[in-house]
Unconditional design. Structure first.
Length: 86
């Protein structure tokens, strides 16, 4: 399954490392990521596409516990098409 998340957080040098570590530890593989920093360098918005057969709630619950994370939302949920091996 491919899941699209939006993570809003306070900007800090280690924020991206913490988010990526949680994703890896929970068994999710990052497929795509975009990060936007506001003009005041205070808030970060991450748009992340992650793939896993695990329930997305396992990831979102842990991301909300991270220091500095203010919001986590599931923006889109679609099944990744399976490719046939010839």
């Amino acid at each position: 399954m491919l899941h699209h998340l939006t993570v809003t957080a306070q900007h800090s040098p280690e924020l991206l490392e913490r988010v990526l570590r949680v994703m890896r530890h929970r068994g999710f593989s990052v497929q795509n990521m975009q990060m936007n920093l506001d003009s005041d360098n205070q808030q970060v918005e991450l748009h992340v596409a992650v793939a896993s057969e695990r329930a997305i709630a396992l990831l979102t619950a842990q991301l909300t516990k991270l220091i500095g994370v203010t919001a986590v939302s599931l923006t889109d949920r679609t099944a990744e098409p399976k490719l046939a091996v010839v």
